[in-house]
Design a protein around this ligand. Structure first.
Ligand SMILES: [Zn+2]
Ligand SMILES: [Zn+2]
Ligand SMILES: [Zn+2]
Length: 340
């Protein structure tokens, strides 16, 4: 079991495991001592029943789910409860007050298995990313209808040394997570003062900047002006949009192309690096809104120490990172849309 705690000074939210260390789900779980991957097709019975199994049949997409006795085996995307959840709907620990604030870490934690095969995220085809996004929309929508869910957090954590099936984590919180709260507050203050959204402004100002990477009809990829990680890039809807839930099928297909292009571009620039891909979107349970975006943080350096003051040091400029990433990602785009 895990619990939420808030620290004595900042009210910073942390998740603490009650007992000994737990393994994180990393998409290569082995079954017992056997060298069997529980996420491979044919081994569906080794995981808990899938809450969603997307099946493509005769041009139709079917949304199925497993039962205790029956597992869907011809899935293209599968969503299963996490084996080592960070939050749980059966959380039942103690509540304690400040200055030692804690409460049971209540929530849902799913893994969305994004590939039937063992592969790198950069080799997932655009069509499969579309399937992943359809499954993601389905789950996020369902989760926002559940009690005790104020925010649905979605991220991918990739490390070639232990990830066999690229996957997304979907975790719910009874709070808006602190960084989302900060972005929301800051965006809303800017909107009140300047009358426009800072991300909408950024899209129009970065269009021809040295940080611009790739643009397609509804999305732009760019290296941000002041990143926290070397080679960090963002994928942002060009029009003001607050939730990926509201994406149309056309926008889903475009974003899928963008993910293929940018993760391919990252791979062709830096090789098989560790990275986190985080979706920052508005909460469906809050009126305060955020222009949603995806942040990709390559993890090339551990830390310099200065992060301990909340200040980041970048040993290469975002403009230099962009010059390398844009070359690789534009070549990827040309390959995908069939221009040579
Ligand atoms: Zn496998
Ligand atoms: Zn905006
Ligand atoms: Zn953000």
């Amino acid at each position: 079991m895990t619990q939420f705690r808030k620290d004595n000074i900042l009210d910073r939210l942390v998740i603490v495991n009650d007992g000994n260390s737990v393994d994180m789900d990393d998409g290569n779980e082995k079954h017992g001592n056997d060298d069997i991957c529980i996420y491979c097709p044919g081994n569906e019975h080794l995981t808990r029943p899938a809450v969603l199994a997307l099946v493509q049949k005769e041009g139709m997409m079917r949304r199925l789910s497993d039962t205790e006795d029956y597992r869907v085996d011809d899935w293209c995307v599968r969503v299963v409860p996490s084996k080592n959840p960070l939050v749980s709907i059966s959380a039942n620990g103690k509540y304690t007050n400040k200055p030692f604030y804690s409460e049971p870490a209540y929530g849902y934690h799913y893994l969305l298995i994004a590939s039937r095969e063992h592969c790198k995220p950069s080799s997932i085809p655009a069509e499969q990313w579309s399937n992943v996004l359809v499954a993601l929309q389905d789950r996020v929508k369902w989760l926002y209808m559940q009690k005790g869910v104020s925010y649905v957090a979605v991220y991918m954590d990739y490390d070639a040394s232990n990830v066999w099936h690229p996957h997304l984590n979907i975790i719910t919180f009874p709070y808006i997570p602190p960084l989302i709260e900060q972005e929301v507050e800051s965006i809303n203050r800017y909107i009140n003062e300047a009358g426009s959204c800072p991300l909408c402004n950024m899209i129009s100002m970065e269009d021809k900047s040295p940080r611009h990477l790739v643009s397609i009809e509804n999305f732009m990829a760019l290296c941000p002006w002041a990143p926290t990680h070397p080679y960090e890039f963002w994928i942002v809807p060009k029009k003001h949009a607050i939730q990926l839930l509201r994406m149309t099928q056309k926008e889903i297909d475009e974003l899928a192309t963008m993910l293929r292009v940018m993760l391919g571009g990252l791979y062709n620039t830096l090789g098989d690096v560790k990275f986190s891909m985080i979706i920052h979107a508005s909460s469906e349970k809050s009126r305060k809104q955020l222009h949603w975006h995806i942040e990709v943080h390559p993890r090339l350096v551990d830390s310099y120490g200065i992060e301990g003051f909340g200040v980041h040091f970048l040993n290469i400029s975002p403009e230099y990172a962009a010059s390398r990433l844009s070359f690789a990602s534009r070549r990827e785009l040309a390959r995908i849309v069939g221009i040579t």
